[in-house]
Design a protein around this ligand. Structure first.
Ligand SMILES: Nc1ncnc2c1ncn2[C@@H]1O[C@H](COP(=O)(O)OP(=O)(O)OP(=O)(O)O)[C@@H](O)[C@H]1O
Ligand SMILES: [Mg+2]
Length: 400
């Protein structure tokens, strides 16, 4: 009974990565990761597999990286590992030097180390970081920013720098270094020609020279085939995992895990879980968003379908204001016209030729880049979520 009145606060948060303790589902992917790390712990000769995590907007790519980090540094207590999560953005993907410099900077600043090695590794990293800063200063002293050498090569040799670091880490007991590059698709648009080939060369050279780095990349699903076509040898380096919407059990876990971990005493009825699953189609962002709002309204006890239905309209209103309206606003006039035409279709799945007026393929591409449209197979598309479709129908009604 005391539990019913306990106030623990709202564990749901949809605007950032999920707390690793609440991380739900994705068993196959986590299993593959754990096994890989385990093998490297148990054998001097094992080489880790690199992993590519692909998925659409808000599906949990970044959250998975933080979960990986938690697995090696907290869950596997005896892991002797080093890791870094490096979020890519367009400005650091403009050329090889800026990329390498930013990666090394991030690595020296945002790394994590497992407990058994903490003191020693932190010291090593500090020393290496000083060497790196000094080197950078010397390189940069005459130039406002890193430029390519006259011979066309790069100023920063990424392989050499990472190899050097590996040797230091290894002699201090580290058995694996996990380098996670989030949102790899920026490499395609940042302006660095041949980026995938360059990176592949680095990854291969490191592996060949015995540096036990595992590279984990994340990216948008629809860009991967393009990456594959552009640089097949790059994609070949990775074991590919696609993460998509969750099934009912996955949805249940997203809902129940935080409630249980925090011992909130709040109980969600099966019917409500089923309803949330239907509405969200198992999309983690929307599940978490709805749960956050639900717990804001109802702070204790059992939440059944009647209670849920009472607060649901205000949740949708909130979602419309914060998400769908924003989605719509980021489209140009021409793209909005297309979106409203899509709202008038009867089918969830459609092709550009279903939309009348002008050439739609360019518009479709741009809407895909804005993550509002999802390509499901050759020539076939759908909106990124049915709830957005409903929203557009409302907009269409309002304008006609
Ligand atoms: N496995 C999971 N368990 C619980 N919640 C999750 C899970 N995956 C994602 N979420 C929730 O979904 C939301 C989006 O997750 P995240 O930011 O990791 O996705 P993403 O794929 O990196 O998105 P983006 O495309 O914006 O980069 C977060 O609020 C997070 O709480
Ligand atoms: Mg992300």
């Amino acid at each position: 009974m005391t539990k019913m009145t306990k106030m623990t606060g709202n564990p749901f948060y949809a605007r950032g990565v999920v707390n690793p303790r609440y991380f739900a589902n994705r068993a196959e992917l986590l299993g593959f990761f754990r096994e890989n790390i385990g093998e490297c712990m148990n054998s001097k000769i094992a080489r880790p597999d690199n992993i590519a995590i692909l998925g659409n907007w808000g599906i949990g790519k970044t959250s998975t990286l933080y979960k990986f980090r938690d697995i090696i540094h907290n869950e596997m207590k005896n892991a002797r590992a080093f890791s870094v999560i490096f979020p890519l953005k367009p400005s650091i993907c403009t050329n090889a030097d800026i990329f390498a410099t930013s990666l090394m900077d991030a690595l020296f600043r945002q790394y994590s180390v497992s407990m058994p090695l903490k003191g020693r590794i932190v010291e090593t990293i500090k020393e290496e970081s000083k060497v790196w800063e000094k080197w950078k200063l010397e390189k940069l002293s005459l130039k406002p920013e890193l430029k390519r050498k006259d011979n066309g090569g790069s100023a920063v040799n990424l392989t050499e720098t990472l190899l050097n670091l590996w040797n230091k880490l290894e002699s201090n007991g580290v058995e694996i270094g996990v380098i996670m590059l989030d949102d790899i698709h920026y490499l395609l648009t940042g302006g660095w020609d041949g980026s995938l080939y360059d990176l592949r060369t680095d990854i291969q050279a490191l592996s060949a020279q015995g540096a036990r780095y595992m590279f984990v990349i994340t990216g948008q699903t629809f860009l991967y085939p393009e990456m594959h076509e552009l640089a097949e040898p790059f994609t070949r380096l990775f074991e590919k995992f696609e993460i998509g919407n969750l099934d009912l059990d996955g949805t249940r876990e997203v809902i129940e895990k935080p409630l249980m971990v925090e011992d909130t005493g709040i109980k969600i009825s099966d019917e409500v879980i089923g309803r949330i699953h239907d509405i969200t189609e198992g999309h983690p962002f929307f599940i978490v968003f709805i749960m956050r709002d639900l717990l804001r309204e109802i702070k204790q006890g059992r939440i059944d379908i009647e209670k849920f239905n009472e607060v649901y309209p205000s949740i949708i209103e909130h979602l419309t204001k914060t998400k769908f309206q924003d989605d719509f606003n980021k489209a140009t006039d021409a793209e909005r016209e297309t979106l409203l035409k899509i709202a008038g279709l009867n089918e969830v799945v459609f092709t550009p030729s279903d939309i009348k007026g002008g050439s739609q393929s360019k518009l479709f591409e741009r809407l895909m880049e804005k993550e509002l449209l999802v390509k499901i197979s050759r020539g076939k598309y759908r909106l990124y979520h049915t709830m957005f479709w409903e929203f557009l129908k409302m907009m269409k009604k309002g304008t006609s």
